[in-house]
Design a protein around this ligand. Sequence first.
Ligand code: SAH
Length: 229
Amino acid sequence: MKSIFLALLFVLLAFQPDNYKNDRMRMVNDQIISRGVRDQATLNAMRTVPRHEFVPSNSRQLAYGDHPLSIGYGQTISQPYIVAYMTEVLELKPDFKVLEIGTGSGYQAAVLSEIVSEVFTIEIIKELATSAKKRLQMLGYKNVRVFSGDGYNGLKEFAPFDAIMVTAGAESIPQPLLDQLKEGGRMIIPVGSSSYTQYLVLVEKKNGKIKTRKLLPVRFVPFTRDSKK
Ligand code: SAH
């Protein structure tokens, strides 16, 4: 009797439905495809990553809404559309090695990791780096490496990167990140001196030359610097 009960319990636990699946499908259709994102790999990643696992438990019900959400320490997880837009713009390929600056909750890193083979992500707030690392591990994301520290200097030891994504608003594009971008690579970064004049800027490195293009007006939390360095 006891073993039947245990087997039943196991089945129930193993096949717990993803209660948020419908919300996620609706999010992709109504917020992302409707605004013009077409890249299938990006759309599949957005349909797969359980966004509700990356927000504080008291705002889970709001996880799939058309807005950013607070993740503590004055930081935010970006609006789903912006996550998808920035992902698509990088024109990712399965064998890519990608660097993200601004891990936050780890959500964007998880989305990237569904598409590419290796993701390196740096977070300046130690507590967020630690919790994102734990969360990604728990959810089974094995191809993401979380680093705690100031992302301004990138990760020289793992460079060059096929693509770089910065998810905090910088005043200018950090030179070390330009240096660590592979020839032919793309970087997306919010740039602007105040949150009212920020734009997503697409950076391309071709024949060693840097080309930049302003894409969308955005509002990201500021790119900060570690004063110890
Ligand atoms: N990509 C995140 C959201 C980013 S919010 C997600 O998917 O949840 C921006 C994050 O950038 C914040 O957590 C902030 O602490 C971090 N940040 C700001 N300046 C940084 C820097 N110089 N290096 C690394 N992280 C930085």
